[in-house]
Design a protein around this ligand. Structure first.
Ligand code: ADE
Length: 241
């Protein structure tokens, strides 16, 4: 997979060099290219040089904040977006980012992340690339507002790339983790069996695989019902209430 990121803060993405994702980059399972949006801001809309490399302007219709310019983004994405690539625009007004969307995007050949700042990117940019036949997704990390798309893009890149076959050492841990089957993961314990007066649930020490599996499923349902009742609709009836 190839991932391109366009941002006015390319240095932010040094976070991608560390940890598992750093290893995957080295092994070329995933190629990540980070670009500075201002490289495409050296000329003004009328073609004259722009020493300030301006990327934003005041919103039509008035209001607070600035909007990122369509012409600058258009030049950047014309260069970066490849045929068949998916354009992802992180935005608090986007569709929710979920494990299912991460799994879907893990199959893309190329994803280009367009990280906006301020009040976002001129809406015609998404419209234009959609009209040109690209898959364009405005995606939100959650119901809160960040200062820009960078943190959201980094989180999405981590969630997507770990689902690429060969990325994780232990494929079963992906199958069993939270959200893989629409439920939160069961609690886990390791030695010692007793710590500060707290004992590991007896069933986990029993060696009885059937009982352990049943207990884990009950815990998944209990935790999901308690913390994420919105996820429970698909699972009501799984385990006696
Ligand atoms: N940019 C600002 N807030 C965001 C959010 N919640 N999700 C994605 N991108 C954003």
């Amino acid at each position: 997979m190839r991932i391109d990121v366009v941002s006015i803060f390319p240095e932010f993405f040094s976070v991608l060099d560390v940890s598992l994702l750093g290893k995957a980059r080295q092994s070329e399972l995933v190629n990540v290219h980070v670009h500075d949006l201002r490289e495409w801001a050296a000329v003004k809309t009328d073609g004259t040089p722009d020493a300030h490399r301006t990327v934003d302007d005041a919103p039509f219709g008035g209001g607070a904040g600035m909007v990122m310019k369509a012409d600058v983004w258009g030049r950047a994405l014309d260069d970066v977006l490849q045929r068949g690539g998916v354009l992802v625009i992180p935005s608090p007004a986007g569709i929710p980012f979920t494990q299912a969307l991460a799994a879907d995007l893990a199959e893309a050949e190329q994803i280009a992340f367009a990280c906006g700042r301020y009040e976002g990117i001129d809406a015609r940019v998404a419209e234009h690339y959609e009209a040109k036949g690209f898959r364009v997704l405005e995606v939100s990390l959650g119901d809160y507002v960040l200062n820009g798309g960078e943190v959201a893009a980094a989180a999405m890149i981590e969630a997507i790339t770990r689902l690429i076959p060969g990325f994780m050492g232990n494929a079963q841990s992906i199958v069993e983790e939270s959200h893989a089957d629409g439920l939160l993961e069961y609690p886990s314990y390791t030695r010692p069996a007793s710590w500060r007066g707290l004992d590991v649930p007896e069933v986990l020490l029993s060696g009885h695989h059937g009982n352990i599996e049943r207990w884990r499923r009950e815990q998944q349902v209990r935790l999901t019902r308690q913390r994420r009742p919105d996820l429970m609709a698909d699972h009501d009836g799984d385990v006696a209430q």
